[in-house]
Design a protein around this ligand. Sequence first.
Ligand code: MOS
Length: 752
Amino acid sequence: MTVSPLGREIDRVEGRSKVTGAAAYAADHPIPDVAYAYVVTSTVAKGQILAMDTAAALDAPGVLEVYGPDRNLGLVTPAPGTQAALVENYAPLQDRRVRYRGQAIAVVVAETFEQARDAAALVTTTYQAESANLSIKAGSPGVTPQLPPPLAPPDLTILAPGVGSIEAALAASAVVVEATFHQPVQHHVAMEPHAAIAVWSGATVTVYTGSQAPVMATQLLAARLGIPPQSVRVVCTNTGGGFGSRVRSWNDSVLAAGAARRLGRPVKLVMTREQVFTMVGRRGQVNHTVRLGASRSGVLNAVSHDSDAELPAVGGWPLLPAADTTDALYQTPNLHIRQRFVPLDLPPTWAMRGPNEAPGSFALETAMDELAVATGVDPVELRLRNYATVMPGTGKAFSSKHLDECYRVGARRFGWSARRAKPRSRTDGQWLIGMGMATAIYPGNRSPVTAGVELRHDDTAVVSSATSDMGTGLLTVLAITGAHRLGIPVRKVTPRLGDSTLPPGAVAAASQATASTVPSVVAAADDVIAALTDLAVTDARSPWHGADPRDLTYRNGSLHGGGRSMTFGRLLAAVGREGLLAETRTELPAETAARYEFHSFGAHFCEVRVNRFTGEPRVTRFTTVVDAGRVVNAQAARSQLVGGVIFGIGQALLEDNPLELDTGRLAASNLADYMVPVNADIPDIDVHWLDRPDPQVGGLGTRGLGELGTVGSAAAVGNAIFNATGIRRHDLPITLDKLLPGSDPAGEAATS
Ligand code: MOS
């Protein structure tokens, strides 16, 4: 009897290859005769290239070619409104325009990396600089762009009968809290710098690059190369982190493919760490205001969320901080959301873990804490009083929602009852101790996926789908799901992903890869078992030839019937087959999508210590309890949730890349100055899940949880800091200088 691995602690199938260094990342693939490319980037924020002198670089040892505005790569500008244009709306090196500081303006290709790098330093560029619009504060909100689905429409107003406006609803509320929040620039800082190797064979190109979406990458690359998507293959066997930065392809793969085509040789392009900060999209800045109106007992009457987010002129992620947080979390008769964009001459932005929800939840969940203070209601009780049993506004039912249980279980595990509501009530020597909490919410996305399950004659199976594992554990999810459904050990299943030529799979983004892929693996496993049964009764070499298929049962890797049993491998061998494959596509039925709202939920509880003399904040305890449907791999789920909370702690306390308003330079574009949490910043994080399968989502009842841990966790930290110190900060990150005695929160400004 094979014990199902589902929901257990299963080691990563590729773990050993990663920790021993055997796993090949993008730039590690050994390609014969490869040439090395190095990018030259712009040093002004906006303007025109008057002249670029490449003579010295071309004369340097080993240099093969220098591409730039005078010798371009024949790349294509993506059509407006397309997914490709959303990333960056120009073709690199095709014109003399400088759109942001740190933009690719030339590429040097040489026999070695060092030769290309040294020659790149010899390229001299003369600019006609223009004045750049760099300040989100000074910039004027532009027209809301047309957003391709499934991005939500940016504005929403729901008013109770007889209520004229959200202002009227707020004015009629007994208690009103209002605060303006600032989210600064953040970066994904995935461990693997963005890199690509491009190898042409005739009119088709294979690109080795890290990706969260290998199939979409073929489309984006094809659009820029001016060739059909079928002519592009993207391989991302191992991807060293994503967090959103590899949902789309950036100029590493575009320039490598373009240069390789011109040169007639494979080209490898690895961005420097500093280049990743500007050539790859980042989290954009947003200033946003939340207003809450409530009764004296804290029951919400009005919720309002207005935002101005930067949207670089070159394109980027349209950051909608109210989407999927403010519009979905609390019951309220009056709801108003207004989201605008400020065009700036800055490097592109892109989705970053909880792209809308991480900034949005910091604002909403901080404002809720302020409402708890204003009404004297406990923060957990306040959230239960405003609990949404149906989707606010639409009244649609949730597919499955046990957030109330998350609050209660989390409060118990954390010891919330020991909290004192009054700030500065608990001290330990020079440390002020505080507790805070916040809610987590993230859409329960599921997209159409095809998965392949192949039974092999040696009693192993192969599970495949063209998706990506950038460190999330999806590869192991494929193996576990296949093993569970086929009733064989995990080690007998070979999972395959990371190649655009596999059956079309999920984008490993928006926390949907597991929720989307598992139902298709389940269905393909069922289909291949049906095909095996069919083979057993129709093939003359099978011992069940001519039997009634209904008399056969499949269990634990074997067919049973008529008093005999045979493993699938033996049966395949008996009938002379190497393997038997089923490829199955599943998606959420349209009726189900129309009837239910899908979200994952959670509750965060945080304890901090803040030094009363230096202002230094330390997170000392953290408990997170989530409701995300059925968990496939306990080990990976824990790792994802812990990672999400760490992201939240970084957002709350450390991460920022200050913009120099006179130069357009993002000043902390390196890993010495861009602060992320390290082990010493992170306590043991207690994560727990309810493990209640979602009855509507399909497959095994699994919703995503990748980004869930990030959402709300920064607010839990900030709320704990308020409880410790009595200082409320709305401007992230909450660095120690903002917590010094006498620091003036009223004087805080939404900077840059
Ligand atoms: Mo995520 S920001 O959807 O990769």
